[in-house]
Design a protein. Sequence first.
Length: 398
Amino acid sequence: MAANRTKRAFRYRFYPSDVQAAELSRTFGCVRKVYNLALVARTEAWARKERVNYSQTSAMLTAWKKTEELAFLNEVSSVPLQQTLRHLQTAFTNFFARRARYPRFKSRKRSRKSAEYTASGFRFRDGRLTLAKMAEPLDIVWSRPLPDGTKPSTVTVSQDAAGRWFVSMLCEDPHVTPLPATNGAVGIDVGLDHLLTLSTGEKITNPRHERHDRTRLAKAQRKLSRKAPGDGANRRKARRKVARIHARIADRRRDMLHKLTTRLVRDNQTLVIEDLTVRNMVKNRTLARAISDASWSAFRSMLEYKAAWYGRQVIAVDRFFPSSRLCSVCGTVEDKMPLSVRTWTCGCGAVHDRDVNAAKNVLAAGLAVSVCGAGVRPQRSSPGGQSAVKQKTPRREP
């Protein structure tokens, strides 16, 4: 029996010809049109207390193509159109399972431009990728090779707001295997002054990518605001310039997070983090920009899927655990600990760096949870369950 291999997406930039760019732009428009039409049909059916599934929307697509008004749908490959109906089905499945909101319409200006091709919609031979309805292969910049002996199962073509074209290939990667087990364990405390503070005492500087480019971004946004409303060439050019600055910020942030999470996963068998609700934290108008720039959610997501790849364990302790107020030496809990306090002294004589102490407490709580087997995220997995990190700790006597 063959071993299960991890599927992994490999993303590359490519430079289409004018003909290919026009074909892909038409495909993006048709994908958006079909998605919105199917969403309207399913919404109207829901209002009539009827259920419409993927098979029914697929039959609708066939009928739409036969009408004079929507005959242009025949000009592009049918594979991305079918895939967008599958994506809509997934969106409704997540909605009914209460994992997501009700699906929203795709916007020509705001929604991501993308099209997904399955194996019947492309040809991959000798390292050259040719999409359906195209005569020539894409001019791809192979920044890294695909795993030997593998072929993509799906291909997703996209264009970002900065005008850059990307192709993402989903392949089985035989190189993703569990790493040798280690005894390393680390507690991780996220922050703004320092992006991460580890229980080992190491502090990782917050690069603040958005702040470094804030002046350039503000200047570009002011120029955009002065352009005449509408879809004129000057406004498109100014909008593209703003998007390029945002893309530069996002690329640098993503690169840093990938390097950081890969190092942490390779060096440690167990990684303990706090179960923060970032979507609620960014509602704080004073800290929202800094929290978004730190990208804590992306850090956690990368850490979790890489740990799953390489046989590591990620433990999330409860968000209400008093990691900053708890003395990691004697276990006493301070009544108050304002954010302005960065160093404090416990009654037992221990002098604590606020962040390092929090990281040590997070690690201890996570290891205790892994030993006793109690739930660490009762609000997600077992509502009402007792969390090991919610046990009462002794408070300082007055």
